[in-house]
Ligand binder design. Structure first.
Ligand code: SF4
Length: 74
């Protein structure tokens, strides 16, 4: 599969730090997209996901134990 892609749709990542419990599943699953701040809570490194990274991001959304992550259609 091609990484990046130009003509595809772009998805926006929304991470709710008020809900995040700092489990780090998202960081382990998609380290190029998510990080954890000094407080242990999620930090998004990019706002829009290219098509090639969607699978990893969707996996992170599914694995997040506090349901703090969402992917929105642009
Ligand atoms: S997986 Fe969910 S709870 Fe864990 S750090 Fe990521 S957003 Fe926070």
């Amino acid at each position: 599969m091609e990484e990046g892609g130009t003509g595809g749709c772009r998805m926006k990542i929304v991470a709710d730090r008020a809900v995040c419990v700092g489990a780090g599943m998202c960081v382990m699953t998609a380290p190029e997209v998510f990080d954890q701040g000094d407080d242990g809570l999620v930090v998004t490194l990019i706002e829009e996901v290219a098509a090639g990274r969607l699978d990893a991001v969707r996996r992170s959304v599914a694995l997040c134990p506090s349901k703090a992550l969402r992917v929105l259609d642009d």
